[in-house]
Every structure is written in structure tokens, then in C-alpha cells.
Design a protein around this ligand. Structure first.
Ligand SMILES: CC(C)(COP(=O)(O)OP(=O)(O)OC[C@H]1O[C@@H](n2cnc3c(N)ncnc32)[C@H](O)[C@@H]1OP(=O)(O)O)[C@@H](O)C(=O)NCCC(=O)NCCS
Length: 154
């Protein structure tokens, strides 16, 4: 049987429980506390998209814009393990990028997270910096950046 396609739509506070589950499964070392999850689903100005299959959330991405609209940040991206490798992460990233109103988008990523680094590289991100010991267990973060204005031509 063919795999059901995922649909992408804006997430709301009603997705809190599903998002909490997704975070705990996908980020065993770094899952956000409840207050941050409530914030990402409710704060104004946050782009929040969920990927669903059969009306169940299987992926989530959030992004926002800082520094007077000059810099966009992807703040979280996750896909449930059993739905990974089907293009859902890439789809979420591409949709989120379209909604981020900034010429440059950045993302921090654990230097050991080869899968995520591959995804961002395939989507046009390049390493611009490294933040030593950024994560609570001491792992460094790569800062990846995409110059969206080159692609958008503005
Ligand atoms: C990173 C993550 C979101 C990718 O989601 P996904 O739906 O599996 O990704 P996609 O299927 O869209 O794959 C996109 C790209 O990711 C890379 N990728 C996906 N699965 C991979 C794997 N198992 N090994 C290596 N690269 C992989 C590939 O480069 C792929 O590009 P391609 O389509 O040209 O082959 C997902 O693995 C995840 O949720 N991981 C746990 C949480 C996490 O690490 N989030 C990112 C934090 S920065």
C-alpha cells in the first residue's frame, strides 16, 4: 500500500499534546519544557507548521524573525522516527522558509546531527559559525545560514 501523503498546515494550541510527544521522542536530550511549547504555539509572530498524516501530527517546524526583520531563525524541526526519510522534514523546512520575512535564515544544530546537517545542506544552508559548548551536555553547535534573498531575487 502507498504511504499516505503528509499535509502541512498552521499548528495551534490544540496541538500541544501532540507536539509534546513529538519533542520528547525526537529530542531525548533537548526536549523543550512545557512553557516553551505553549509559547511556540501561541506567541505572536511565530511561524508554526505541522505535518499531519491521517489527521495525526507527525512533524513540526517553527521559525521567527529577529533583529528588525533582518534575520530569520528556524527554532525547531522534528519528524516522528517512523515518518522520517519520506521528505516531510524538507517539506516543512521549505514551507516555513516561504513564510519567514527575512533575507537570511539561520539554524543551530548539534555538530553530531548528521541527518539534520544533510537536510539543511541539501536545502541550501552553509556553516557560518560554531558555538562551542552550546548544548547543556557540552556539545558544540554549528550555525547554518541560508541567504534567501539570492533565491528570492530581492
Ligand atoms: C532531521 C529530521 C527533521 C529530518 O526529517 P526527515 O523527514 O527524515 O527528512 P527528509 O525525509 O525530508 O530528508 C531530507 C534530507 O535529510 C537527509 N536525511 C534524511 N534522512 C537521513 C538519514 N537517515 N541519514 C542521512 N541523511 C538523511 C537527506 O539529506 C535528505 O535529503 P534528500 O531528500 O536529498 O535525500 C528528522 O530526522 C528528525 O526529526 N530528527 C530528530 C530531531 C532533529 O534532529 N531535528 C533537527 C534539529 S536541528
Amino acid at each position: 500500500m502507498l504511504a499516505q501523503p503528509a499535509t502541512i498546515e498552521t499548528a495551534t494550541w490544540r496541538d500541544l499534546n501532540a507536539l509534546r510527544h513529538l519533542e520528547q521522542v525526537c529530542f531525548p536530550l533537548d526536549s523543550w519544557p512545557l512553557l516553551d511549547l505553549i509559547g511556540v504555539l501561541t506567541f505572536p509572530g511565530v511561524i508554526r507548521l505541522k505535518a499531519s498524516v491521517d489527521n495525526t501530527m507527525v512533524g513540526f517546524i517553527a521559525g521567527d524573525v529577529r533583529d528588525k526583520k533582518r534575520l530569520g531563525w528556524i527554532t525547531t524541526l522534528a519528524v516522528l522516527p517512523q515518518y522520517q526519510g519520506r521528505g516531510i522534514g524538507r517539506m516543512l523546512l521549505e514551507e516555513c522558509e516561504k513564510l519567514i520575512d527575512a533575507p537570511v535564515i539561520r539554524r543551530n544544530v548539534r555538530i553530531s546531527n548528521k541527518t539534520a546537517i544533510n537536510l539543511y545542506r541539501h536545502c541550501g544552508y552553509e556553516q557560518v559559525s560554531i558555538w562551542p559548548g552550546y548544548y547543556h551536555d557540552g556539545e558544540d553547535a554549528f550555525i547554518l545560514e541560508k541567504k534567501v534573498y539570492i533565491i528570492r531575487g530581492v
